[in-house]
Design a protein around this ligand. Structure first.
Ligand code: NAD
Length: 298
C-alpha cells in the first residue's frame, strides 16, 4: 500500500486522514499548528515538522488548507512542494479555493512533469468523519482516475467536473446555490412564524410542495423542528457561517471574472456578511435564521 503525505490537519483534514489510515495507507502528516496532528498521530500517522520532510518518500500528497493564498504558499516558490517532491508523486488539493490558484498550481506542476488535481469537497465535518464526502475533481482523465482510487476511501461520490480548476468552479456554484437556498428557507420559515404558523407544520407542508429543498429536507434552520441538526444544538457547526461567507465571496470573484450576473448570490453574501459582523461567524451557517428573527418590528 502506498505512502500518503497529508498537509493541513484541521477540522476536515484530521478525520479525512484518519479514514486513510483505516484504509491501510501509511500516512505522513504536517500542520503548522502542532496540536492539530495529535489525533491522527494517535491513530498511527507519522508526524513531521516541515513540508520538506513530510513529502519525502510519499507517492501521493494531499493538502487541506484554508484558502488560495495558503495553497499557493505550500506548492509554489523556491521552497514550495513542487520543488521538493520526486518525479512520480501525485498531488491532490482538497481545499476550497479560487479556480485561478488551482489552475496556476496545476500549470506549474505540469511544467515540472507532475500530475496535480483540484478536488474540493462537499459534506462538511460530519461527512469527513463518516467517509461520505463528495469530491469534485478538476484535472486530466488520468489524474481523475488516480485521484479516485485514493479519494474513494474518504468519500461516497467522486465526480470529474472537467479540466484543472473546474472542480473548484463546480464547488463554488454548489455553495452559491446552498447559500441562496438557506437564505430563502430562513426567510420563508420566519415569514410563516410571524404570521402565526407552526414552523414544524409549515416545514412539513413545504417538504411536500414546490418549496422543497436540501435545507428544508436535511438541515432545517428553525430550532426545534428537526433533531440532530445545528439549529437544535445552539447552532454549533456543522459548516461555519464564516466559511459560507468565504465561499460566496469566491462566487462573487468568479462572477466578476466572467462578467456573470449573480444578484441572488450577491444578496446572500451580503446577508452573511451582516450576520457574521454581529459575532456569528463561528456559528453554523443555518444560524442566519436568527438574523431574520432579529428583524421583527417592535
Ligand atoms: P481548518 O482551519 O480547521 O484547517 C486548516 C489547517 O491548515 C489548520 O490546521 C492550519 O494550521 C493548517 N495550515 C494552514 N496553513 C498551513 C501551511 N502553510 N502548512 C501546513 N498547514 C497549514 O479548516 P477546515 O475546516 O479543515 O477547512 C479546510 C478547507 O476545507 C477549507 O478550504 C474549507 O473551505 C474547506 N471545507 C471546509 C468544510 C467544513 O465544514 N469545515 C466543508 C467543506 C470544505
Amino acid at each position: 500500500m502506498s505512502t500518503i503525505a497529508f498537509i493541513g490537519l484541521g477540522n476536515m483534514g484530521s478525520p479525512m486522514a484518519e479514514n486513510l489510515l483505516t484504509a491501510g495507507y501509511s500516512l505522513q502528516v504536517f500542520d503548522l499548528d502542532s496540536s492539530a496532528t495529535q489525533s491522527v498521530e494517535q491513530h498511527g500517522a507519522k508526524v513531521f515538522s516541515s513540508i520538506e520532510q513530510v513529502v519525502q518518500g510519499a507517492d501521493v500528497v494531499i493538502t487541506m488548507l484554508p484558502a488560495g493564498q495558503h495553497v499557493r504558499a505550500v506548492y509554489l516558490g523556491k521552497s514550495g512542494l513542487l520543488n521538493l517532491v520526486s518525479n512520480n508523486t501525485f498531488l491532490i488539493d482538497s481545499s476550497t479555493i479560487d479556480p485561478e490558484s488551482a489552475r496556476v498550481v496545476a500549470f506549474e506542476a505540469s511544467a515540472k512533469g507532475l500530475d496535480f488535481v483540484d478536488a474540493p469537497v462537499s459534506g462538511g465535518v460530519a461527512g469527513a468523519k463518516a467517509a461520505t464526502l463528495t469530491f469534485i475533481v478538476g484535472g486530466t482523465d488520468s489524474g481523475f482516475d488516480k485521484a479516485k482510487s485514493v479519494l474513494q476511501h474518504m468519500g461516497k461520490n467522486v465526480f470529474h467536473a472537467g479540466k484543472a480548476g473546474d472542480g473548484q468552479m463546480a464547488k463554488i456554484c454548489n455553495n452559491l446555490l446552498l447559500g441562496i437556498l438557506m437564505s430563502g428557507t430562513c426567510e420563508a420559515l420566519n415569514l410563516g412564524i410571524e404570521n402565526g404558523l407552526d414552523p414544524k407544520v409549515l416545514s412539513d407542508i413545504m417538504l411536500q410542495s414546490s418549496g422543497r429543498n436540501w435545507a428544508l429536507e436535511l438541515y432545517n434552520p428553525c430550532p426545534g423542528v428537526m433533531d440532530n441538526v445545528p439549529s437544535s444544538n445552539q447552532f454549533q457547526p456543522g459548516f461555519m457561517s464564516k466559511l459560507m461567507l468565504k465561499d460566496l465571496g469566491l462566487g462573487m470573484d468568479a462572477a466578476a471574472q466572467s462578467q456573470s450576473a449573480i444578484p441572488m448570490g450577491a444578496l446572500a453574501r451580503n446577508l452573511y456578511a451582516m450576520h457574521n459582523a454581529n459575532g456569528n461567524e463561528q456559528l453554523d451557517f443555518s444560524s442566519l435564521f436568527e438574523f431574520y428573527q432579529r428583524q421583527q418590528k417592535s
